[in-house]
Design a protein around this ligand. Sequence first.
Ligand code: PEP
Ligand code: MG
Length: 593
Amino acid sequence: MPFALHGIPVSRGVAIGRAHLLAPAALDVSHYLVDEDRLEDEVLRLRNARTAVRAELAALKRDLPRDAPEEMGAFLDVHAMILDDEMLSREAERLIRERRYNAEWALTTRLEDLMRQFDEIEDEYLRERKADIEQVVERILKVLAGAPVLTPAPVPAVAADGQPTPGVIVVAHDISPADMLQFRHTVFHGFVTDLGGRTSHTAIVARSLDIPAAVGVQNASELIRQDDWIIIDGDAGLVIVDPTPIILEEYRHRQSERALENKRLQRLRHTPAVTLDGIEIDLLANIEMAEDASAALAAGAVGVGLFRSEFLFMNRRGELPGEDEQFEAYRRAVEAMRGLPVTIRTIDIGADKPLLDFRDGRDGRAEEYETALNPALGLRAIRWSLSEPAMFLTQLRALLRASAFGPVRLLFPMLAHAREIDQTLELVARAKHELDQRGVAYDPNLKVGAMIEIPAAVLLLPLFLRRMDFLSIGTNDLIQYTLAIDRADNAVAHLYDPLHPAVLQLIARTIREANHAGVPVAVCGEMAGDPAMTRLLLGMGLREFSMHPAQLLRVKQEILHADCTRLEGLVEQVLCAYEPEEAAAALARLSQP
Ligand code: PEP
Ligand code: MG
């Protein structure tokens, strides 16, 4: 029986495929499809890992101290039995052969199935054997991690028989931004999560991957079963489970229409972003990794407006990248952009981007901020950097060094206090001084800018305009902090409103005052990449937009059909409209030709 689940649309497009339920433990392993001609090698890799664990368990038993409790031996016997039990290995091997899953993925998929079956068992003793199975699987995974890993094979869109390859759609309770990032070169075609909001960082990364996704689909991971056929309608935030052939046909049609639209948009790649009344607009890219720079260029971006450097610090099991490693990453991005400006934001860690994942182990500090009652209001972004000056100086030196290889701009997140501006600029000066002493080159005229993402910063604009070379409005946080809505919490997602008059007035004021002072201002939050917002922002006087490369051509299309002079006259009506109906009517006038 088909049924639909409603969530929050975060990444456009249609994905059709089989559900793959992902438990948090499974996120830790790599997921890739093995080439047809390597499937038996992969099965052998799994068998060899089991043999190694068998030897490990035998050695443990042999070396048990004489006074070890008797249960220890019995416990190892149980593990050896589980290891040899076909219930684990036969199904995992089938997943490798039939689905082309790599050994780790096959094993954790099988583990999840078994865990679900065990949950239904009445007998408490047997239910408790769950932990034993988990431990055995962990042992095998450890051995596999040490074994040579096959290179991930790219997934062909069309299989050898000419049929589209069925997609695999991840369904999970939640996925952290760091885990999402690991799915970059992924075999997955879509994401559905129980939790999350429109601008949660998980959603932002999904959007950057240009993969259809819906978040905040409550109970999806309980209602959807492994291998169910599902459709994600990424535009509507709709998940259709077990669709009828007619529904499937309709969505296949939509998929191909979208592919055609994307192809048409490609023609705009080299078209300058100029409005009907001849105003040039700068369209820049938001990136998470240096490697994304190529996508930015391919989309025709004229620079990087936001490099979220914190992603470099994630998935590292607590070990932070040193100055040289960071420098190399920043330099790679700068060189890849071939002389175009690269705006690198200093680490913005905290809130829904914890530095350490709960599986990574923690230091006391990490624990402190991850368990804070209100992490979005806690030690986040520049506050964290200023509380860790040695770490911050390391990043600043690395960034400065990269500026010797092309135009770099430094961007600081979440500044709100004059004192924070002072401390930040002092540390930049100190980092320069340290490089001078080492005789290392950097751009002495490097520009520094502030993100405007706290209402207090808007109210302090004259100070920011005096001290900073440029501003970038982070609408994701500006909305969160103006409306007191946690951007990652689906329970309040309906209140997260970019068109709230208070939000619009803060954005308009920032753009107006910056333009008046002659200080460059951009928007780099998700609003900049939403074509429905383009005319409104143009009417407010915005001339620089930064967004994920996948969104750039759609926004450009809007710009090519917009007339700034006309929009400037209309935007006041939107800003003065306090009633939703009045605002909707004023907005509708913006989109009329
Ligand atoms: C923002 O807050 O709008 C922004 C661009 O930064 P982030 O989404 O990384 O918080
Ligand atoms: Mg932000």
